[in-house]
Write a protein of this length. Structure first.
Length: 281
């Protein structure tokens, strides 16, 4: 007869250890996706830090703005982003309405100024609620702006370029709303020297800077880079407009904005005061 097998204390302990190890492995595998998702969500809820990388993103947006304005004025006799000229033209339209159709198109100017202000107001007010530098907000906001510019390019491609009419108003409105939202976004990153649109204040602030010729002067450098990029974007937009058409220039501008949307995922985060205090020395 075979003797009944009796588990030794060592065998029982080994079995218990294997069971615990297996259970732990299963728990690790089951919690790993949750952990990845939680880290990704935390990453999206971090405030983006003002940095050299953020400057580069704003300069790309500035280049896109230059391209848009380079085609919006010859096509629609108004600016999609720079509203100083539109404001003056709109006042001329009130006093001198007979110039409508010759010097300017009143409907286009009204759409550009109105939708620019609307885009700025909507973006600014939502920013106050969700947090102006929250990564998820910057990504979503810039994605929507890019889609609007893509839609404007599609409108021009399908319907052609019309100086007046509903098609013109829609294209101008899409570009202006995206531009107004973009300017607010640039201010959210706390680098007002790179407004991505308006050049007048940047020119003056650059010229009157008391430290204009000092080697280390970050605000001066930001303004100079902004103005140079705006000029380059305008030249590029004019070149594409002449060689391939305005819808292609708008398409390239939209692609640049979408590129920045993806880049926002990789910006550094601002560490909270509590996190900084707990960093070991």
């Amino acid at each position: 007869m075979e003797e009944p097998k009796v588990n030794s204390p060592q065998a029982s302990e080994q079995a218990r250890s294997n069971s615990i190890r297996t259970t732990g492995s299963e728990m690790t595998l089951s919690t790993r996706p949750t952990s990845i998702m939680s880290r990704a969500w935390k990453h999206m809820l971090e405030p983006v830090r003002a940095s050299g990388f953020a400057e580069f993103e704003l300069l790309i947006l500035t280049f896109c703005t230059g391209m848009q304005d380079a085609i919006s004025f010859p096509d629609y006799h108004c600016f999609a982003s720079n509203q100083t000229g539109n404001t003056v033209f709109l006042m001329l339209a009130v006093i001198l309405p007979h110039l409508n159709g010759e010097m300017f198109i009143t409907a286009n100017i009204g759409a550009a100024l109105g939708f620019f202000l609307l885009g700025g107001w909507v973006t600014g007010q939502i920013s106050h609620i969700v947090g102006p530098r929250l990564r998820i907000w910057l990504v979503c906001c810039n994605f929507i702006q890019s889609c609007l510019v893509f839609a404007a390019a599609a409108m021009q491609y399908v319907h052609g370029t019309n100086l007046q009419g509903s098609d013109a108003v829609i294209v101008v409105g899409l570009l202006a709303f995206a531009s107004g939202s973009q300017v607010v976004q640039s201010r959210s990153l706390q680098m007002t020297e790179i407004s991505t649109a308006m050049a007048t204040a940047a020119w003056i602030d650059l010229l009157i800077d008391p430290a204009l010729f000092k080697p280390k002067n970050r605000p001066r450098t930001r303004r100079a880079m902004f103005l140079a990029t705006l000029v380059l974007g305008s030249l590029a937009g004019a070149g594409v407009y002449r060689s391939a058409g305005s819808w292609v220039a708008i398409l390239v501008s939209a692609a640049g904005k979408m590129l920045v949307t993806g880049m926002y995922f990789f910006n550094g985060a601002d560490k909270s005061k509590e996190e900084v205090e707990h960093i070991p020395c």
